[in-house]
Write a protein that binds this ligand. Structure first.
Ligand code: COA
Length: 150
């Protein structure tokens, strides 16, 4: 991801019904993505349309190298545009992340308990359910911890 992608990626977050539950607006996503771009511990990956290097983003992932317990990788965020979901874009981003980082003590992530689509997505990629933390990110929502070993 480059600075020129930030607005389009933040817009994916802002337009998503799922992220609205967390009051996660495009404005907030813009701030966070800019901070992440400047953070050497973060890696931001973009998948473009159709599949070249120059098209607009149709999805992105934000990975923090030692974001879990200062030991393992942590997938902070992944979002695919609604019209590209179910076409393998999310899997392609996760494959790219795993090829770079999985062997470095595995990857953790959090997913909302009720986000069945995302849970099936991670489970299909081999992530195992570890447990649930109630009210962790937002009161009234439970976060499920998933982990894939390296
Ligand atoms: C969850 C998300 C990232 C998945 O990305 P995607 O590009 O739609 O997923 P893919 O097309 O790469 O799917 C890969 C595999 O995941 C599984 N999967 C994906 N979406 C699924 C769904 N809605 N229900 C069940 N399984 C699903 C399938 O096994 C699929 O394999 P297949 O192609 O052989 O069927 C995407 O739907 C998204 O951005 N959702 C909204 C934001 C969100 O929930 N982010 C995660 C927050 S933790």
């Amino acid at each position: 991801m480059t600075e020129s992608d930030v607005e389009a990626c933040a817009d994916l977050v802002g337009r998503s019904e799922f992220f609205r539950k967390y009051d996660f607006s495009a404005e907030r996503a813009t701030v966070l993505l800019r901070q992440a771009l400047a953070d050497p511990g973060s890696d931001l990956l973009v998948i473009r349309r159709p599949s070249g290097q120059s098209g607009p983003p149709r999805g992105f992932a934000w990975f923090i190298r030692r974001g879990a317990f200062q030991r393992s990788g942590y997938l902070r965020l992944i979002a695919i545009s609604p019209d590209s979901r179910g076409t393998g874009a999310g899997k392609a981003l996760m494959t790219a992340i795993e090829s770079k980082y999985l062997s470095n003590r595995g990857i953790f992530l959090l997913v909302t308990e009720g986000n069945t689509a995302a849970r099936r997505f991670y489970e299909s990629l081999g992530y195992g359910f570890i447990g649930t933390i109630p009210d962790f990110v937002k009161r009234g929502l439970n976060e499920c911890i998933y982990f894939k070993a390296g």
